[in-house]
Design a protein around this ligand. Structure first.
Ligand SMILES: Nc1ncnc2c1ncn2[C@@H]1O[C@H](COP(=O)(O)OP(=O)(O)OP(=O)(O)O)[C@@H](O)[C@H]1O
Length: 193
């Protein structure tokens, strides 16, 4: 059984892409946000960010049992992906997107300006990637990949991820750590400070 993670800040397309991979290639997936709510694995709300605070002990107790029973390959998607404790995640994919795109996607959700700003700032500095790379006991650094989804369709992203799952060694240019919005001239950082 192989375990794949898809992470990234809200609006980068994690759920849409996981659904497409499932549809085209048959990998089952779990949305971690839904798992947390359904199984009451949170210990509070963070009202300023309008998000759940995960009870990491309950979360990992849940996943210990889950992994014992899981026999087929599985994708776990969501921005809680780096909280998982697992000895051998095969591949982690971080979806990235241009801050303008994130802004356009999060505005219609009715998020507060503060929440939108916090998410864009997290994308600007690549928080999802840094958190994943810190978890060396979870996944090897060379198996953490980043995809800039800005100009890709959901299907193109799904196809690319499927290839990375199958042949990770063929995609060294996508290994995490190369993408930087801070050095991209099309990003007006001052808008987000
Ligand atoms: N590559 C893309 N091209 C066009 N639209 C996209 C793309 N990726 C995502 N979207 C759109 O952006 C919105 C957010 O996508 P989605 O819910 O899959 O993101 P998410 O990362 O799972 O967000 P969350 O973490 O909040 O669940 C959806 O309306 C989706 O259709």
């Amino acid at each position: 059984m192989k375990t794949f993670l898809i992470s990234g800040i809200p609006g980068t397309g994690k759920t849409s892409v996981a659904k497409k991979i499932n549809e085209k290639y048959g990998y089952p997936f779990l949305s971690l946000g839904e798992v947390v709510v359904k199984n009451k694995l949170h210990c509070g709300e963070d009202p300023s960010r309008d998000t759940k605070i995960v009870d990491t002990e309950k979360f990992n107790a849940f996943f210990r049992t889950f992994f014992l029973n899981q026999k087929e390959d599985i994708i776990l998607e969501g921005h809680y992906a780096d909280l998982i404790e697992h000895p051998s995640v095969n591949i982690a994919i971080i979806l990235r997107a241009h801050p303008n795109v994130i802004e356009t996607r999060l505005k219609p959700r009715g998020y507060s300006k503060k929440k939108i700003m916090e998410n864009i700032q997290a994308e600007l500095v690549g928080d999802s990637t840094s958190f994943m790379l810190e978890k060396t006991e979870l996944v090897k650094k060379e198996h953490v990949f980043e995809i800039d989804t800005t100009n890709l369709t959901i299907e193109e992203i799904a196809d690319k991820i499927h290839l990375i799952f199958k042949y990770p060694e063929k995609y060294p240019e996508d290994v995490a750590g190369k993408l930087s919005w801070l050095s991209d001239n099309s990003v007006h950082i001052e808008k987000y400070l």
